[in-house]
Design a protein around this ligand. Structure first.
Ligand code: SF4
Ligand code: SF4
Ligand code: SF4
Length: 442
């Protein structure tokens, strides 16, 4: 069923793409001379007038630190003015600029309903993330948590888990639970840089495919070598059949490796998955580390139960069955600080990525700009509605590269295509957000 609503439920707006930090995991660290942009109050008010009365939640962050917007408090005031009484305002911050004065102003004037601090540097562990001004951030967080109006808002913590910090995750979660935050959400790292691949505590191989790899009891490197040898022999035989008249006397050779491989492929096909053997062979060693993180996550669930603080965990080995676009399923959209309407965080800006052991240059993708058209025209335009409609059933309409051996062998579409191999544009078929690995706060 195609269902068209006039407005999304959630609008995420990027206040600015500038930041006072320089985290090495961030795309901003690759923007050496790029001009930064902040949304103007007039553009924000234009969007607010048209859309805020119809939405239930406004989320303020994008690629950058929201509080570096010089008129951030004015943005909050405008938002409160146009949202319905029950409409919620949330923002994410690195916490360094959210000082006592600002906290007083925001809480005493009821300007926000939810604030999330990004914190992923813990004692004794390095991080590629928010490692600056840690003491100031903790001081601001403590002030906020003890504020007399603290009960009127929800305070959350966002942590990016990576190889550098996973060992102290449990201790840190306990510390934030003791501080009585309302929730903690953990995301994996998105690899904008090649060396970040080593920090990824997840795999793009799905659980369905991995189960077949592991339960088969095969030595997969030998199996693949065997299949390659048999394929080579087969092609040679075909050539000889063409060349020699006595072709009928050629005896068909048995091909045990290929037979076994095909058997496993059909088993996978029955589960609607492919087998990315190249990725499996590359990630086999890493699985032990991922199981260790699974054990840590189990302990975190216990801490969460005991303390009553909600902890939202990502997957580590994702499920193909559950693949879905978080923006589509939450009926959400992003408006960039220059007015571009983009479908999700991944399409905010051109960026390199290093998933499935290949590089890719992904382009930003916009369905229109609110400076030129009304939001409603863009949201309900044919292109955007048909894009969302496809994403309602991703596994039927969008191929998945993590399970496809071509991805790890640099298929044209994953390395430089604007569309995927089924012709869908933009390219969603290798999206770690749709597998509940990397996460956006909506
Ligand atoms: S604080 Fe956030 S936006 Fe700023 S550099 Fe770090 S990751 Fe990027
Ligand atoms: S790239 Fe991922 S998050 Fe973005 S629209 Fe596609 S599926 Fe959704
Ligand atoms: S785009 Fe390439 S890697 Fe992805 S599913 Fe299609 S053929 Fe496989």
């Amino acid at each position: 069923m195609i269902y068209l609503s006039d407005f999304p439920k959630i609008i995420q707006i990027e206040p600015t793409n500038s930041c006072n930090f320089s985290c090495s995991m961030c795309l901003l660290s690759l923007w050496k001379n790029k001009k930064r942009n902040s949304i103007s109050l007039s553009l924000f008010e234009k969007i607010a007038k048209e859309t805020f009365p119809h939405i239930s939640r406004l989320v303020l962050y994008g690629m950058g630190e929201p509080l570096t917007h010089k008129k951030f408090l004015d943005l909050l005031r405008i938002a409160r003015k146009y949202l319905q009484a029950e409409g919620k305002i949330a923002f994410t911050t690195n916490g360094s600029l959210f000082n006592e004065n600002m906290i007083n102003e925001v809480l005493e004037n009821n300007l926000v309903d939810e604030i999330v601090f990004s914190c992923d540097t813990f004692e004794g562990q390095e991080s590629l993330g928010h490692s600056m001004a840690v003491t100031t951030v903790r001081r601001n967080l403590d002030y906020l948590l003890k504020h007399k109006k603290r009960c009127s808002i929800k305070v959350g913590i966002e942590i990016v888990v990576m190889k550098k910090n996973y060992k102290s995750l449990e201790k840190s979660i306990q510390m934030f639970c003791n501080k009585k935050v309302d929730f903690i959400t953990i995301s994996h790292i998105y690899p904008y840089k090649e060396h970040v691949q080593d920090e990824m505590m997840y795999t793009m191989l799905t659980n369905e495919a991995l189960t077949i790899f592991e339960e088969s009891g095969e030595k997969w490197d030998e199996l693949i070598l065997g299949v390659t040898r048999e394929k080579f022999a087969e092609s040679m035989q075909l050539q000889y059949r063409e060349l020699y008249k006595y072709k009928d006397k050629l005896v068909k050779k048995e091909r045990p490796y290929s037979e076994r491989y095909n058997e496993l492929l059909s088993k996978a096909k029955k589960k609607n998955v492919l087998l990315n053997t190249s990725l499996y062979l590359k990630e086999k060693e890493k699985l032990e580390l991922l199981r260790e993180l699974e054990t840590i996550f189990k302990k975190i669930v216990q801490i969460s139960k005991k303390s009553g603080v909600k902890v939202i965990l990502p997957d580590i080995i994702p499920s193909f069955k559950n693949r879905e676009c978080p923006y589509q399923s939450n009926n959400a959209v992003i408006i960039r600080s220059d007015g571009e309407v983009v479908p999700c965080f991944k399409y905010l800006y051109d960026h390199p990525s290093y998933l499935d052991y290949h590089s890719r240059e992904s382009s930003f993708y916009s369905f229109g700009n609110v400076k030129n058209n009304s939001f409603s025209e863009i949201w309900n335009g044919t292109d955007f509605t048909s894009f969302r409609s496809k994403l309602r059933n991703m596994n039927k309409n969008v191929p998945y590269c993590g399970n496809c051996s071509f991805s790890t062998n640099n298929c044209f579409y994953v390395t430089e295509g604007q569309s995927d191999c089924w012709g869908n544009e933009p390219f969603c078929s290798e999206c770690p957000y749709s597998l509940n690995l990397t996460k956006c706060l909506l």
